[in-house]
Write a protein that binds this ligand. Structure first.
Ligand code: NAP
Length: 243
């Protein structure tokens, strides 16, 4: 398939590498200009944002949450047949507080409104390290699963099949409106669960508690003097998000 990716951070780059390893065609762009790609270890063809949206089947957007409104003019030009995937998460510590989200709007519903397009929420509940290193071939026991939400079943199934190719089992987490169940602070968020465990974790999500638990993890991570290993972060997420 033909993919465009906007955003060359750890998530965008990792998805690009994996897609190319699976023989897909990938173009990658930086929303703030092609020159920002210089010096980055890229796979895929570096292009401008104007180019990245042309002649593709899927557009993956992987930029900071608060930057999403800035690409609305680009998204307006994306063909109606193109599936748009968003990987973002809301952390007010990084983005500043966004009133509608603070008042309970589901993060990806806010994103969809900002972009003026239906989106599929995917890859948001895998840490960059997990995405890069912990995928395994289909059928492996203990395979990590990722939650995928969206309103268009056909589009969602295509993205679930791509996630599967990239090394992860998938769980259909429902409509975009249901995607809060894997937002930061929920038991399903970056806790490296199998398909069965993730299905159960999604049922345990608590919308009111999630932002409080999200902030608790951020506070612990930022006050840690010696640093946290990847395993420490997953363990911390598991402990706090299930408390
Ligand atoms: N990191 C994780 O573990 C993780 C896990 C799941 C989901 N996510 C989500 O996935 C998305 C990408 O995260 P990431 O960690 O890969 O990288 P990131 O730090 O969010 O950066 C991704 C890309 O966005 C660009 N960017 C930064 N500020 C921008 C702005 N104001 N306007 C337009 N583009 C901007 C970056 O360019 P420069 O490199 O030039 O700054 C980079 O190309 C985020 O929404 C994040 O919440 C992250």
């Amino acid at each position: 398939m033909k993919f465009g990716i906007i955003g060359a951070g750890p998530i965008g780059l990792s998805i690009s590498n994996k897609l190319i390893n699976n023989d897909h065609n990938v173009k990658i762009a930086d929303a703030r200009g092609i020159e920002r790609l210089e010096g980055k270890k890229l796979t895929g063809t570096p292009v401008s944002v104007e180019e990245v949206i042309k002649d593709i089947d899927v557009l993956i957007i992987s930029i900071p949450f608060q930057a999403l409104p800035s690409i609305r003019n680009v998204i307006d030009k994306v063909g109606k047949e193109v599936i748009i995937v968003d990987t973002s998460n809301y952390y007010p510590q990084m983005s500043g507080e966004i009133e509608e989200v603070e008042n309970g709007m589901v993060e990806s519903v806010w994103v969809s409104n900002q972009l003026g397009r239906s989106i599929i929420k995917a890859f948001n509940n895998l840490l960059a390290y997990t995405l890069e290193n912990e995928g395994t071939p289909e059928g492996n026991s203990g395979r990590i699963a990722t939650a995928i939400a969206g309103n268009d079943l056909q589009q969602k199934q295509k993205i679930m099949s791509i996630a599967n190719e990239l090394g992860f089992d998938t769980v259909d987490s429902g409509s975009l409106n249901d995607s809060w169940k894997h937002q930061p602070g929920t038991p399903a968020y970056c806790t490296e669960l199998t398909k069965e465990e993730l299905t159960e974790a999604l049922k345990k999500a608590n919308k009111e508690k999630a932002p409080i638990l999200r902030d608790k993890v951020i506070e612990k991570l930022s006050s840690a003097s010696g640093g946290y290993s990847h395993k420490d972060i997953v363990d911390l997420n598991r402990e706090i998000y299930n408390s």
